[in-house]
Structure formats: structure tokens, C-alpha cells
Design a protein around this ligand. Structure first.
Ligand SMILES: [Zn+2]
Length: 439
């Protein structure tokens, strides 16, 4: 126990800080955005903790762009107050015992989408070092115009047989070993090397971006005396990861424009890497390309069958939107899906609907992926079960690396590998995802 005096008083409050940006004008072409910063007290019973009346709006930041490092300027007052609540607390009245006491408060962690993760943590969530947890060992793959976060075999045991396979993966054996744990000492050592910053747009700040290894500055939250030793400071949002994973999977398998990761460029990547020769593009005399069919791609008839089946899906009103109404029969696309619909798609619908259309191995992997997210999102989590979830997600990502092209693995797909460890440190994802805040 790091702070026994705080923990021994059951009336002290633990807080979560949620940051999210939205455009108050909807989809209008207006770059103006509002960034609410909400405090959520973990003092209440589980049934109340995320209810609207108990969410405390602490700041509303009006911006024409993302706040980035300037978020500290807005957070100054809030951090001062959090410091005061930690050191001295506030005089409060206990109605049960009829006595007054000093109630203290501590910030547990922050929740946000991936871009806001970069603003609040001050770890730049772009570029090769995008993943905060992988930190200075990202093991990325440079592709045509993008970065893929593959190489999940490095999490497997050193003598695992998949490590010795090369053709099915990136053409190489995997000898590197990587841990899913990010030591606090490593972060502290890096932050010691980060120099001061000038707020606003300064050339000096641009030059600083490549330091130690992807920090933009030291977060203002580091001023909280207990913050530096916290193992989980900034949560990866499960809702956001599930949505992107789901979108990439069905978008690629159904060949949906703008969502499909199996593009001509992705096939050229395979050629550049010298792998899966049977899938390389070949040029016709008229300059166009022949693109061999991938094993995971649905034929036009199978696509029609998929959407027909989707149209027949019925779900309870409070479970998911009526997905069948979102199918556009004319172009066979899905439109207007909300984050929770993607959650239902990847966990329930996709594995069942794809069962007859793809081979046994792909079908099994989709079921395993759905089951991983179901287990992770269950209301009751046991530590020993969560530890067991780390192994399946590594295995699933390795299997997917053999199925999909490297372009499939954007950072949001990769982040799934870190979710079980975060649940071990932070508990149930129901308290740490953005469903309540997004509404
Ligand atoms: Zn990572």
C-alpha cells in the first residue's frame, strides 16, 4: 500500500478524469470544437457511478483545433484544486455518524479517445512510436504511406513454434522478446530527460518531438504527488479499440470502400516484403492491375447473403440499434452504426454470419476474437482469468497476421494486446470506457 493514510479512511474519494472533444455543430464544416473535462467519483455503488447526475463537469475547453500541449493551461486550476484535495481535503459532514471530517480526494486515472490520450498524457500518439505501452520498443513495419503495428509473435514464449515460421508472417523468424508490462521506472527515467516547453505554436516545440522517445512534454498531472508512481495512468479506451477492430475486420472481409485494408497498396507491401507471392498484383497490357482474390474476401454472392442475413437480425431495444435498418440494400453498405453496434457486430454477429463463407481457420479465429472481447467486457472480472486473457489475444493477433495483410494492423488493432493488462491494473472495463461520456 503506497498511501496507507489515504486508504485507511473509507470516506476519501477516488476520481476518474474523462476528456473528450466534440463538434457542437454536428457534421457542419466547422473546425470549432468543445472539450469537456469530466470528473467521475468512484465513491458510489456500481449502478450509480456512471449515471449523469454524478458526472461532474469541471472544464469546458472551447477550441478551433485539438488542445495538444496547451491543455495544461486550461487544466492549471483543476490540478491546483486536486492538489489541495490530496494535501488538506475539504471539511465535510458525515450524516451517519453526525461528525465533521476532512475528506480527501485522489485522481486514479484518465479516460479518452486515442487522440485525446496524446493530449492528456503528453505522449505523442502518432508516428512509429504511437503506442505508449510499447514505448521505445514499438516493433513496427513501415508500409507504403503508413505504419503497421505487427510482430505480435515477440510476446509468445521464446520456444514457441510460431516464432520459427517465416513465410506465413513477415518472411523472418521472430527472435525478439517483449513484455506486456511497462515499468513505472522506465517512464520516470524518460520524463527526467524531457525539457521544458513553450505553450502555443513554436518552432522550438517541433524540434522537441523526437526526444525521449515520443514525449511532447511532462504532463501537468505529474504535479500530483502520487501520480508518478501510478502503474495505470491513462486508459486505452476499450470502446474505441473494439469499434476500430470491428470496422477493419468486416470492412476488409466485405471489401467496403474506405474501410477495406486489402487495397492495391497493401498488395504492393506484400511484394516489397517478399511474402505471399500468389497475392501480388500483376499488370495487364492496358496498365490496370489484376488483384488475386484473398481467402478472407467474400464473393459478391456471399456479400449479398451476408447483408440479407444481417437484415434479418433482431435484437432487444436496449441491447443494440436495429442493425437491419442500417443496411443499405442498393449499395450493400452499412451506414450510421454507433460504437455499441460495432461492439455487438464483433462479439456476436460477425463470427456467426461469416461461418459458412470463410475457411475453418478464419472462422475459428473470428469466434476466438469475439469471445476475447466478451470475456474482457464481462461485468465480473477475476484476476486469474484476466491473466489468462493475455495469452489468447497474442495468439489471435498472430493468427490474424497470417490472414490479413500488414496494412490491417493500424495502432487501434494493436492496442487490443494491452487491454487485459490494463484490466488487471484498473478492474472492470465498464468503469473505464467512454460509453457514458460519449452520450
Ligand atoms: Zn503497444
Amino acid at each position: 500500500m503506497q498511501h496507507p493514510q489515504f486508504s485507511m479512511e473509507p470516506r476519501n474519494v477516488r476520481l476518474e478524469l474523462a476528456v473528450d472533444g466534440f463538434n457542437p455543430f454536428g457534421n457542419m464544416s466547422n473546425s470549432y470544437s468543445l472539450w469537456p473535462v469530466v470528473l467521475i467519483p468512484y465513491k458510489l455503488p456500481p449502478s450509480l457511478v456512471m449515471k449523469d447526475p454524478f458526472l461532474m463537469l469541471s472544464l469546458l475547453i472551447p477550441r478551433e483545433s485539438q488542445p495538444r500541449i496547451d491543455i495544461d493551461v486550461y487544466m492549471r486550476r483543476l490540478v491546483d484544486e486536486l492538489n489541495e484535495f490530496w494535501k488538506n481535503g475539504a471539511l465535510s459532514y458525515d450524516a451517519l455518524t453526525g461528525e465533521s471530517f476532512q475528506m480527501r480526494a485522489a485522481l486514479m486515472w484518465t479516460i479518452h479517445d486515442w487522440p485525446a490520450f496524446g493530449d492528456i498524457s503528453e505522449w505523442r500518439t502518432k508516428g512509429h512510436y504511437s503506442c505508449y505501452t510499447c514505448n521505445d520498443e514499438p516493433y513496427f513495419q513501415s508500409l507504403k504511406g503508413k505504419t503497421a503495428y505487427t510482430n505480435h509473435r515477440c510476446y509468445l514464449p521464446q520456444n514457441h513454434h510460431e516464432r520459427r515460421k517465416s513465410k506465413a508472417y513477415n518472411g523472418k523468424h521472430e527472435k525478439r522478446k517483449k513484455s506486456l508490462e511497462l515499468p513505472v521506472e522506465k517512464i520516470l527515467e524518460q520524463l527526467d530527460r524531457v525539457t521544458s516547453v513553450t505553450y502555443g505554436k513554436h518552432l522550438r516545440n517541433k524540434k522537441r518531438l523526437c526526444q525521449a522517445p515520443n514525449w511532447t512534454k511532462v504532463s501537468i498531472l505529474s504535479e500530483l504527488p502520487y501520480w508518478k508512481k501510478r502503474k495505470l495512468r491513462h486508459n486505452i479506451d476499450v470502446m474505441h479499440v473494439e469499434k476500430n477492430f470491428s470496422e477493419n475486420t468486416f470492412g476488409t472481409m466485405l471489401g467496403i470502400d474506405e474501410k477495406n485494408k486489402d487495397t492495391n497498396k497493401a498488395r504492393m507491401d506484400l511484394e516489397d516484403m517478399g511474402i505471399r507471392k500468389e497475392l501480388w498484383l500483376t499488370r495487364r497490357p492496358d496498365g490496370t492491375f489484376v488483384k488475386p482474390r484473398e481467402i478472407f474476401s467474400l464473393t459478391p454472392e456471399e456479400r449479398v447473403g451476408f447483408f440479407e442475413l444481417l437484415k434479418s437480425v433482431k435484437s432487444p431495444d436496449d441491447y443494440a440499434a436495429n442493425i437491419s435498418r442500417l443496411v443499405n440494400e442498393r449499395n450493400g453498405k452499412l451506414g450510421g452504426l454507433k460504437s455499441h453496434d460495432y461492439h455487438v457486430l464483433i462479439q456476436q454477429i460477425l463470427p456467426i454470419e461469416m461461418r459458412g463463407d470463410v475457411n475453418k481457420e478464419i472462422s475459428k479465429t473470428l469466434f476466438e476474437l469475439g469471445s476475447f472481447f466478451q470475456d474482457l467486457c464481462s461485468r465480473t472480472l477475476r484476476r486469474n482469468e484476466l491473466e489468462k486473457l493475455e495469452e489468447p489475444i497474442v495468439r489471435i493477433l498472430c493468427k490474424l497476421e497470417k490472414i490479413f495483410p500488414p496494412a490491417f494492423f493500424d495502432v487501434m488493432v494493436h492496442l487490443a494486446v494491452h487491454l487485459p493488462r490494463e484490466a488487471i491494473l484498473g478492474g472492470s472495463v465498464q468503469y473505464r470506457w467512454r460509453y457514458r461520456i460519449e452520450k
